[in-house]
Design a protein around this ligand. Sequence first.
Ligand SMILES: [Zn+2]
Length: 293
Amino acid sequence: MRRLLGAHVSTAGGLQNSIFNAQYLKINAAQIHPSAPQRWITKDLDPGKIEEMIKAHKKYPDLKVVFAHAIYLINLANPDKQKFHLSKMAVVVYLNFMHYVNTVAPKFSSDLKIGGVVVHPGSAKHTNNADEAISLVQKGLNWILENSEGGTVLLETTAGAGQVIGDTFEELARLRQNSIEPERVKFCIDTQHMWASGYNLIDDLEKIVKNLDKTLGLENVLLIHLNDSATELGSHKDRHANLGEGTIGLKGLARFINHPALKHIPVVLEVPGLKSLETAKEQVEILYKIAED
Ligand SMILES: [Zn+2]
């Protein structure tokens, strides 16, 4: 099978439009926000709307996998009871969405698959105490696993801005190990976030790959977010740049995704150029050009 490569695409106007956007970009992997990322969501998505997406997929079966990115408001380390609950529910709703698509799609003779729900664990800014924050995230994660119908959480490596949790592989690995269902907790690694957290993808590539395998387990890394960085190595700032326009550079990014140990992992872009379909197409073309088969 061809390598799974693609980009984050918009669902504006309906979930089915993400399929048409992917078709326009000619990608076989995509990522979406199933609902508005700046708004809380506590109720399951409308099955009728999901079915529109599944039906649209029959017109573009080349799209092999779609990842769902959780809303931006989530902070599983927020001690405020209401915000903590809303954060957990927002992940549950997306896991249920994943479960629903993966179960129902075959009934429409579609092989549309949701590959996971990408979640940023949260920030200790409210507790000002890293241990307390991590134990809240752990509690939240377990509640989410217990109260959802299925699906896989992909914990994402973060840039480590402020008191954000998840800027080391070890921290993410512990969240998985201490969860009630580790088989439903996997990982997404983001090149810009790793770079900003101080992982030197250019000089220390071999060391980083070994470390990834030792801590997260390469078999548990289900997604790569490929982004160049608008900030320096170790900046702890989450600022994505277009491929080849940042401090990692095209060569460093290409070496990373073509590393023999990482080559099987789907790659999606989250670069500023995705804002319009025309510039998105340019970025996707660069990705397809640098990725070896
Ligand atoms: Zn990312």
